[in-house]
Design a protein around this ligand. Sequence first.
Ligand code: ADP
Ligand code: ZN
Ligand code: ZN
Length: 717
Amino acid sequence: MLAAAICLPVPLRRSFDYRVDAALAGRLRRGCRVRVPFGRRTLVGVVVGAPRELPEGADELRDIEAVLDDEPPIPAELLALCEWAADYYLHPLGEVLAAALPAALRRGAMPATAQTEGYALTAAGRAALETLPPRHRAQRSLLQALSTAPRSRADLVATAAVLRRALDAGWIEAADAPAATPASGTPTPTPEQAAALDRLAAGDAGFAVHLLEGVTGSGKTELYLRRIEAALAEGRQALLLAPEISLTPQLDARLRERFGDGVHRFHSTLTDRAREQVWLRARDGRARIVVGTRSAVWLPFARLGLIVVDEEHDTSYKQQDGFRYSARDVAILRAQRLDVPVLLGTATPSLESLHNARSGRYRHIRLQRRVHDTPPPQVRVLDVRGLPLDHGLSPPLLQAVDRHLDQGGQALLFLNRRGYAPVLLCHACGWNAPCTHCDAHLTLHRGRNRLICHHCGAQQAVPRHCPSCSATSLIAVGAGTERIEQALANRFPQYRVARFDSDRITSHEALERQLADIRDGRTQILVGTQILAKGHDFPGLSLVGIVSADQALYGTDFRAVERMGQLVTQVAGRAGRAGQPGEVWLQTHEPEHPLLQTLARDGYGALCDALLAERRDTGLPPYAHLALLRAEAREAGQALRFLQLVRPCFEAPDVTVYEPLPSGMERRAGLARAQLLLQSASRAALHRSLGAAVARLQQMPEARRLRWSVDVDPYDL
Ligand code: ADP
Ligand code: ZN
Ligand code: ZN
């Protein structure tokens, strides 16, 4: 009996054998989709093991109902990448593949065709025409047909397979693909950029990770464009990953300005159909450049030649639910498997990347100067202890705002907390607007007149009376961006204030409008969250105020200070104008805190040195590897008991298995959560422990009564 291994979209870490008859077996290739019965359902699965002979007496297997593809829609390289990721992240392959396939293909629909107008011969194709032996008749006649001019698909007699092979070889390209030569306006590199380009080009031969570290405005993006151009010139495709495309219109605009319409966007707010079109164009090689968020790392490129990860430190590269992967790390692995370079760009490298660069695993390239030669900003720590705070703003900071505006500058106030106030408190009885589903307070949103949970999304109207004691003495405690915006609008009525957070910036257009108002000087004061740290250019900005540098210092998350340092540095990097340094003020109640002092006095690099020393002493990444087993259940205590039960499964040489603990915020969206932390200096040892334990967990009846998942390289603990 012949059987094939099929991967199904179910949360199980295994494939399933189905019977195939000999006639079908010849058609079944790895990566083809099939329709199979599963329980009482019919599912679309993917062939992961070619048909093989099963021994006599093997279990009775069910039949494959239908084979959906003759050609695998998933290229072999991508399927292998998904298998690697499923193994590395201990996640079911079916769910990994779901991340890599367009929705319609997952449902079993036939792949749509990317509307192809026609094809043109490339320089490589012209060369191939000279050298290709006559026995390659089909290829030769295709190249011959295109040798005088591009032709439409309908005019060509070549089969799809012949076209695919010629595309894969880089001999032909879709006729509507962009010219590889930049349209216009390529600036001459500065000497520093030129030196960096030389080093980047030196690594051209194959896989290398380049950490391109340069302050905002030092010309990193310009280098990305140059490297992309070089990849295109070789007939390859380029992928540029960005944290959030809709928040970085400038990046997109610059790519288009340089490369025209050949730039394809890929992100989660596109429709399924639009995503599928980019997917198909990546696969047939017509999408020469894709700029995308996290999930674009799974696109089926035909001949990828370069991956750029912009803002490599950004936390949004890590998916925080379901399949918890890091797109940055997958990008590096994919580049390694493809033997192509990857370029990590940032002004504030993650400690992991910095460590890899210092230990020689990555090539470290630095840009120290800003292109337009703006000196770095002056950073000062502002001790607000004992000062009267006006909605969170101290008199010295307000005076600084006044002075900068008066001199024609612009001021930016940064606070990583949206809404009006994080707590609504009853002064009479102490009621404090808890969320009924989470261990958290509801945030007061004045504009919408709602109390909203930032963890589960639950909302309710703002009560006039305390729901507990009926008193009317409800007070807003603490400040969010909405409150700072109002305070500044009241204080400086002659100037315009713009707020940047996800409540206000709901579309690309809204963002563009607000940015234009700032560029044109109609808006003088900016208030916002991390959206303001995302690579926008504010040429008139002279003052940055960090409303609270303390949030991170009290946090329990081991990455909190690293992240604060990144945000402060990123926001501070926006300050300064044409030759004049900007000013950055950090409000704090802990002015003596050594890490804060280090950041203010010596900058992000020095902060990293201090943090790396701490991480080394405490055995945290990048000096050790971590994994979490997370569990959640409706019933209080169930998740924790489960973790206590399974803890021994993880015991292994060279792996520390900690006591299970309730998660930081134990209850979220009605579920009680707990986690088990594993730590090891050896990635291999950690992986062995996880692999063995997960295999056992899958057999345990207790494990079916709650939700559990593995988080490899967790971002927060
Ligand atoms: P980064 O990505 O490091 O913030 P950019 O590449 O965006 O830096 O460069 C900052 C600004 O300088 C941009 O407006 C860019 O167009 C401009 N720029 C970059 N390189 C050059 C150059 N070699 N000559 C002139 N202008 C440049
Ligand atoms: Zn009350
Ligand atoms: Zn909630």
